[in-house]
Each structure stands twice: as structure tokens, then as C-alpha cells.
Design a protein around this ligand. Structure first.
Ligand code: DLL
Length: 436
């Protein structure tokens, strides 16, 4: 028996989904080829024309798109519509500090709202729901994505954004929200604040959480469920594709259904680029088949996951992906914020009396991510002048905070104390064990 779904495509026969995918893929490959000179050049170089795409397997003929392509064409070089048709921009951090920028037409926003509405309905939401959105609003896609989802569904969107946690609890109590949307780490923090304030889970109306933007474990899920008295659902997405709602979890809590009527997934071998069969873990690649403004073809997400078409107990037929099991690059996700070690290095290079030797330690203390950066100072730095040490620490903390968007703890260490590497340098110690 099927549970309630938002869009009938979620339970359509697989053959119907595939037919729709093919028609949309063909259409969008022409759209991209005709409107994005960068893609036309790449496809010409690869010797593939839009008319060569005749079946879904022909997707493999198209060249991949990498994050580097987005940086090379920053900010608007991969847009496929004139700016006059773009109604919204979002962005996320890149390795060099340069953001990657995604644009949306009104039609793209409508697709986004529809995908996010599917996630809310899968979490038990309905037009009667009050959806408390504590993802950040701004260039990050978390806030607006779930906001559009709630409104598309005809539910109430409560745009609380993140921060001021006691106030979040007050709003949960007063506004009687039934669905909470935020990162799993923030859900934990809200749950602990609730407990510290002496509010019992039964005293709030929450029934579900739609939590994502960062890796989290099953243990963390059970902890959040107990703290808030809810069922916690995973949601996946990335700025480059649409934001939250690329995939979402159903009642079975065994992986996320991909909105494959909009985003074609493939799993590839990250080293050879070869397409891998269903059930094999590899790098997740997406092709946008309905988006107008920023329709990426075969985008390499760097996320490691597995796809499965096994029948799902919820009745949905959309293909499922496992929780991402790691990344093929060095991107860290700390409190939901994407951080590249190279961003930290850039800040240190701009700070006097620091050496290029540093060690990043990420941990999870009381369910909140912590970031510590040990920085090795140069010989001329006076460690015996306490005021100078504190000043320098604060200077680096402020510079890192402004570059990364999260606040780290900086510890200055004496010259030559950070271990030198004889091979690949290990600059990150991640104690969180998120992918095990
Ligand atoms: O994190 C979009 C989002 C917002 C998803 C709110 C879910 C909820 P970015 O900031 O571009 O976009 O980061 C994308 O975050 O490639 C994954 O590595 C990671 N990620 C996102 N969702 C999950 C998840 C948003 N559920 C990157 N589990 C992706 C594990 C996730 N990792």
C-alpha cells in the first residue's frame, strides 16, 4: 500500500518515469548546447552532438562537469537563460574562496518547491502543517528551499532561520510548529536547549524533522528523535543541482528517493569515470533535465553513495540513494557549512608571523561540531608576551570566521612542532566518525 505522496510521479511505473526522463534529457541537452557556449565547446571537443542522445544510456557520451568548470566560468558562464529570466541566485563556498553561483528562473523555483514539498509530505506533512525552518536563509539554499516547499504544499512556512536557540524553543512552543527543518547538529542543539529549559518533548507539537546538509549517523538520528519526540528524516541536496530536495527520505528511513524526474542520477567510478551498475558504491553524478537557468550536465558531486531500485515499503518508485558515505575531495562539512582546508591555508598565508604549517581538528562535543586550528608560528614570534599571543589568536580567529562563516578556536604553537609529512600531508583530524 502506498503512503500519501505529493506528486503522482513519485509512485509512477518505472517505465513511465524512464520515458519522461528520456524526453526531458533530449530536450535539455539541446537547450544547453544551444545556449551555453562553454558546454557547446566541451561537447564539440568530445565529438558529441545533441542528436547523438537517443536513449538514457547515451548520457554516458556527454562530458562530465566539475566544480572547477563552475569556478572557471564564475559567476554566470554556465547560465543557459538570459539574466532577465533569472529571478533568484544562491551560492556556496568553493575551495579557493570563490563561491559557486546557481541561478533559478521562476520555473526552476517551482520545481524546487515541488521537490521540497515531496520531502515535507514524505515526513508526514500536509497543507495543515506549520513548518519551522531553522536552516540559514541567505545565499545558502537550506532556508529558502524548505520555505518554498512549505508554501508549495499550502502549509505555513515559519522562516526562523538559524541562531538564538532559546528563542527557537519559544517559537516552537508558541507557534505550535509540527515540522522542524534544520541540520542534524542544530536539531540536537535545539533538543538539548529544550531539555535545559525544562520543556518536555510532549509540551511541543513537533512530529517530524527534515534534517540534512551534512553527514549524520543512525545514532545521531535516534538521539534527535528522543530529544525532540519526533521522527527524523534525512534530506539531501547541493547548491549546484537545486539545494535541498534533490533526494528525501520516506517513512522507511532506509535511504532517500531521488527526484529523478528532474535530476538524472548516475554512479561512476571516481577514478575512471566509468558508469557503475546499480548497487555498487561510487561517486554520485547528476544531470538536470528540467532546469532552465543553470542546468548542469553530468555534474560530479564528489559524494560517495549507492543507488537502488529495490521496491520500497512506502510505495514510491523513484530510485533511492544511500546516505552519502563520504566524499572524494577534502571538503569538510562543519555545522552544515562547507569548509575546504585550503581556505584556512589562504587565511594563514595572509597573516604575518604564521608558517604554512597547521593542523585542523574537527570533533563533535555535546553533539555540536567543533573546529580547532593549530597554527605554527615563525621563529620571530614572541610566545612569552601573553597579550601578543592572545591578540594574534583573536586576529586569526576573526579572519577565519569571516572567510569560513563559522567560528574556529585557534591555538598558536611553537615553530617546528607540527609534524612534517613525507607523503600526502595530513592536515585534518576528523574525530566525528560520521561515515562509519
Ligand atoms: O547543503 C543543500 C541542503 C540544504 C541539503 C539543506 C539538505 C538540507 P551545499 O551547501 O551546496 O548544499 O552542500 C552540498 O552537502 O554535496 C553533500 O556532501 C552534503 N550533504 C547535503 N545533504 C546531505 C545529507 C546543501 N543529507 C553538500 N547527508 C553535498 C550527507 C549531505 N551529506
Amino acid at each position: 500500500m502506498s503512503e500519501r505522496v505529493w506528486n503522482p510521479i513519485e509512485t509512477a511505473p518505472v517505465e513511465e518515469i524512464k520515458a519522461l526522463q528520456l524526453a526531458r534529457l533530449i530536450h535539455n541537452v539541446y537547450h544547453v548546447y544551444n545556449n551555453v557556449p562553454y558546454y557547446r565547446q566541451r561537447m564539440d571537443e568530445a565529438g558529441v552532438k545533441p542528436q547523438d542522445i537517443q536513449c538514457l544510456a547515451d548520457l554516458a557520451k556527454l562530458p562530465f562537469t566539475y566544480k572547477q568548470d563552475l569556478r572557471d566560468t564564475y559567476p554566470y558562464g554556465l547560465f543557459a537563460t538570459p539574466m532577465t529570466e533569472v529571478v533568484e541566485l544562491h551560492a556556496s563556498s568553493g575551495t579557493t574562496g570563490k563561491q559557486i553561483v546557481a541561478g533559478y528562473t521562476q520555473h526552476d523555483i517551482d520545481i524546487w518547491g515541488d521537490c521540497a514539498a515531496r520531502a515535507i509530505v514524505a515526513a508526514g506533512g500536509s497543507p495543515k502543517s506549520k513548518v519551522h525552518v531553522s536552516y540559514g536563509y541567505g545565499l545558502f539554499t537550506g532556508g529558502m528551499g524548505l520555505h518554498y516547499g512549505a508554501q508549495t504544499l499550502g502549509a505555513v512556512a515559519i522562516p526562523v532561520s538559524s541562531g538564538n536557540t532559546k528563542r527557537q524553543v519559544q517559537i516552537l512552543q508558541d507557534f505550535e510548529s509540527d515540522i522542524l527543518c534544520c541540520t542534524p547538529s542544530y536539531a540536537t542543539y535545539i533538543g538539548e536547549t529544550l531539555r535545559d529549559m525544562g520543556v518536555k518533548p510532549e509540551e511541543i507539537k513537533l512530529s517530524a524533522g527534515i534534517l540534512g546538509a551534512e553527514p549524520w549517523t543512525e545514532d545521531s538520528r535516534r538521539n534527535i528523535e528522543a530529544l525532540l519526540g519526533i521522527k527524523a528524516y534525512d534530506i539531501y541536496g547541493l547548491t549546484e543541482i537545486i539545494g535541498p530536495g534533490v533526494a528525501y527520505e520516506c517513512s522507511q528511513q532506509t535511504g532517500m528517493h531521488i527526484c529523478e524526474d528532474h535530476f538524472l542520477p548516475e554512479i561512476i567510478d571516481p577514478d575512471t569515470g566509468e558508469v557503475l551498475p546499480e548497487g555498487t558504491p561510487g561517486e554520485l553524478v547528476f544531470t538536470c533535465i528540467t532546469k532552465e537557468a543553470f542546468p548542469l550536465l553530468r555534474y560530479r558531486t564528489r559524494d560517495i553513495a549507492t543507488l537502488t531500485r529495490e521496491k520500497c515499503g512506502c510505495g514510491r518508485t523513484l530510485i533511492k540513494m544511500t546516505k552519502p558515505r563520504g566524499r572524494t575531495d577534502d571538503m569538510l562539512i562543519i555545522r552544515g557549512v562547507n569548509v575546504f582546508p585550503s581556505q584556512i591555508e589562504t587565511v594563514l598565508f595572509q597573516t604575518s608571523q604564521t608558517s604554512p604549517h597547521y593542523l585542523i581538528t574537527v570533533d563533535r562535543v555535546n553533539n555540536t561540531d567543533t573546529l580547532e586550528v593549530q597554527v605554527e608560528m615563525t621563529d620571530d614570534f614572541q610566545f612569552d608576551a601573553v597579550r601578543l599571543v592572545e591578540q594574534k589568536q583573536h586576529e586569526i580567529e576573526a579572519a577565519l570566521q569571516s572567510t569560513l562563516g563559522i567560528s574556529p578556536k585557534v591555538r598558536l604553537v611553537s615553530p617546528k612542532t607540527i609534524q612534517r609529512s613525507e607523503g600526502k600531508s595530513k592536515r585534518v583530524i576528523d574525530k566525528r566518525r560520521l561515515y562509519e
